[in-house]
Design a protein around this ligand. Structure first.
Ligand SMILES: [Zn+2]
Length: 401
């Protein structure tokens, strides 16, 4: 059936400007924008007069299976049934979509429940964003698996890394996620700045990914890890917290995307209950790094590093569905303009995913993934916190007039 979104202001992300127009949708894709055609009697018309329409946002860093109320004292799913994790992930997917995220990249699931959720979404059983999933994330032997036994796939040395990467693909992964440095949400015995996978191990993961037409995402907080990830050919560096001019320069030169995840600390602090109950050493790490993280995101952007939006939804207090808080943080904390933040969450993210032919802008031929607002998010980024319309593949999932 032919559908229309009639009367909105449509944001052209590439041009950085609005245009007025009616959008005609056929079979889930944008068929035309104001080519003079008019709806016929059988068409379904949604009146969006006065609304500001943007491409559906893409969150490049979520963990749908990670419970945001966990205090991280041991296995975050301690004592729960596998089915409870799957149900949580399905609910998280729904909330993510209703928050304006029509595509998400899951960079560390839990025993492949998130891939089951992806299948259920794709077959129309449950609502959720288009999902690109990494399966389990690849890591060296580490104490952190105690918190996330279902999320980590331990591999040491290039041979084991290759096998572990192939295992994720065999389970249906769309990409490979690797740990190039330690993590903030790790045991007290681990340092987030420490090197984890070596350059050789990272290259092994990238090779398996690229041979299978996939990409590799690298978690990296500190300089040497960031540089290794970029040199190995990873498509994105996640967090990139403690970089400097040299390593951001390498990323810019290699075209490695930065996925900043700047809202982790602010989200944690905004939730009093979580903030009070969180394992002290993890809380201290977040607090100690917030300022430098924001400053460095600005530095990386100014050095020409391409940016794709990601929230790390799933960390303590970083609730699924609250994803647009990252856009606000990018603008208010890290010096992005609203256009830069929106670009990172749409066309930038789609290009990082190598799916810009289908996603990331409101253009003919692309999926009709469109979100709407009552006010202009390009004038005030906090407007993104109040999404009124969510259309995914031509289906109106939410419309609060
Ligand atoms: Zn993460």
């Amino acid at each position: 059936m032919t559908q229309w979104l009639r009367g909105g202001s449509i944001y052209d992300v590439a041009a950085g400007a609005y245009r007025r127009g009616d959008i005609r949708i056929e079979a889930g894709r944008i068929a035309s924008i104001s080519d003079g055609a008019k709806p016929s009697g059988d068409d379904m018309v949604t009146d969006v007069e006065g609304a500001y329409l943007l491409p559906g946002f893409i969150d490049c860093h979520v963990h749908l299976c990670s419970p945001t109320h966990a205090a991280y004292r041991n296995n975050v799913w301690n004592g729960k049934l596998p089915g409870e994790i799957a149900i949580y992930a399905a609910e998280a997917a729904k909330r993510t979509l209703m928050g304006g995220i029509t595509t998400a990249r899951d960079v560390g699931g839990w025993d492949y429940h998130e891939i089951a959720v992806r299948s259920a979404i794709n077959s129309g059983q449950i609502p959720g964003p288009r999902l690109f999933c990494a399966g389990r994330l690849l890591s060296i032997t580490t104490a952190t698996t105690a918190y996330f036994p279902g999320m980590y796939e331990v591999a040491d040395g290039p041979e084991q890394v290759r096998a572990a990467a192939r295992k994720q693909l065999a389970h249906g992964a769309d990409l490979i996620k690797v740990m190039a440095t330690g993590a903030m949400t790790s045991s007290e015995y681990e340092d987030a700045r420490a090197i984890q996978f070596t350059l050789e191990e990272l290259k092994a993961a990238v090779a398996v990914a690229e041979e299978n037409f996939k990409h590799c995402a690298a978690h990296a907080h500190a300089t040497d890890g960031i540089k290794n990830a970029a040199l190995a050919g990873c498509r994105s560096v996640e967090h990139g917290t403690f970089g400097n001019e040299e390593v951001y320069g390498v990323m810019a030169e290699k075209g490695t995307y930065l996925v900043p995840t700047t809202c982790t600390t602010s989200a944690m602090l905004a939730d009093n209950e979580i903030s009070a109950s969180l394992t002290p050493h993890i809380k201290e790490r977040y607090l100690a790094t917030d300022d430098i993280h924001l400053k460095n995101m600005d530095l990386a952007k100014r050095l020409g590093v391409p940016v794709a939006m990601g929230t790390d939804a799933g960390t303590p207090g970083n609730h699924h569905g609250d994803n647009t808080q990252e856009l606000v943080r990018m603008v208010e904390g890290a010096g992005f303009t609203p256009h830069e933040a929106v670009h990172a969450a749409t066309l930038g993210a789609a290009t990082m995913l190598r799916r810009e032919a289908d996603l990331g802008s409101i253009d003919e031929g692309k999926y009709a993934d469109i979100i709407g607002f009552a006010d202009d998010p390009l004038a005030d980024i906090t407007v993104t916190r109040d999404v009124r319309l969510v259309m995914k593949g031509g289906d109106v999932m939410r419309y609060d007039r």
